[in-house]
Write a protein that binds this ligand. Structure first.
Ligand code: ADP
Ligand code: MG
Length: 287
């Protein structure tokens, strides 16, 4: 009876839009008490759009857009896509990239039109006016990145993301199942807290570098919690593999899907709650 019930559970999962790696996954799903949610692309749509461009005194807004847009065109990061698309829309054709380097969780660096360009969180020193522009964008819930070249910060680009319509309902359902939700992100604290408030999460862990997401999962496990992690990005893969249960958004990257135990096919967070409900019910049938 046991294998049959597990197979029925797996089949029912497929109907709900949950792909389960193997029947043994249901057991860890049942024990989970904490659910760590990646922000970008999991709780939010991850489809960001460029909202504002702020050029420092002496810098030209169009030049900021041209150089930052060109460099970001070479990156797949949601922030990069927004900057590249927004720049193209505003200034047209972008110059070619001569060298490109991705700095995970920080931004991009490279050579465009003979200039050493950087975009992201890569400048230590910001002129007062740019720091103000960045703070203002962040307090409006935007992700702000700094663009500059030849060692000087020259502009701030603010991008906006939208919370997925189903996220707040999903968080309520996860809580109703007795799980504690935690929001985890590499993005800045203010943006993270705004998203957390919108969906009803109290615990926020922000400004975490990609390689430190695993450490966050381990720390929670060290506190005696059984942790599910939901994520979509390349950055989330290691944390998905480390968690007691890894749930990958089907709309996410291949790396995340490979690392996860479960895939939420439609990328709908409510299905995470369905998965937990299903496994509890399936295993209750077996006992
Ligand atoms: P998340 O955990 O939300 O998926 P990441 O760890 O990928 O975020 O990125 C964290 C932060 O690093 C971003 O919010 C952004 O400020 C910066 N960043 C990362 N990649 C880029 C990029 N290609 N261009 C600009 N900024 C970037
Ligand atoms: Mg993400």
């Amino acid at each position: 009876a046991t294998p049959t019930a597990l197979m029925v559970g797996t089949g029912r999962g497929a109907q709900l839009g949950i792909l389960i790696k193997g029947p043994e996954v249901l057991e860890s799903t049942r024990r989970v008490d904490t659910v760590v949610l990646d922000k970008t692309g999991t709780v939010t749509t991850g489809r960001m759009t460029l909202q504002e461009v702020y050029a420092a005194e002496g810098a030209d807004e169009r030049e900021v857009l041209r150089l930052a847009g060109a460099l970001e065109h070479a990156s797949e990061h949601p922030v990069a896509r927004a900057v590249a698309a927004g720049a193209r829309e505003r200034v047209g054709e972008l110059p070619a990239v001569e060298r490109f380097e991705n700095v995970p969780g920080r931004g991009v660096r490279g050579c465009v039109a003979g200039r050493e360009v950087a975009v992201g969180r890569l400048f230590e020193e910001l002129p007062e006016e740019l720091a103000r522009a960045r703070d203002k964008a962040e307090s409006n819930g935007r992700t702000a990145v700094v663009a500059g070249w030849d060692g000087v910060a020259r502009g701030v680009l603010a991008v906006a993301d939208a919370v997925q319509e189903t996220s707040a309902q999903a968080v309520r359902e996860l809580r109703a199942l007795g799980l504690t939700p935690v929001l985890l992100t590499g993005d800045n604290r203010r943006v993270a807290e705004a998203v957390a408030r919108t969906v009803g999460i109290d615990q926020v862990i922000a400004e975490v570098l990609p390689e430190d997401k695993v450490a966050v999962v381990r720390r929670l496990q060290g506190e005696g919690r059984t942790v599910a992690m939901v994520g979509d990005g390349v950055n989330d893969a290691a944390a998905l593999a480390t968690a007691d249960l890894g749930l990958a958004m089907g709309t996410g990257t291949d790396a995340a899907i490979e690392a996860g135990d479960l895939t939420l096919v439609r990328g709908d967070l409510r299905v995470a709650a369905d998965a937990i409900r299903l496994s509890r019910r399936t295993l209750a049938t077996i006992k």
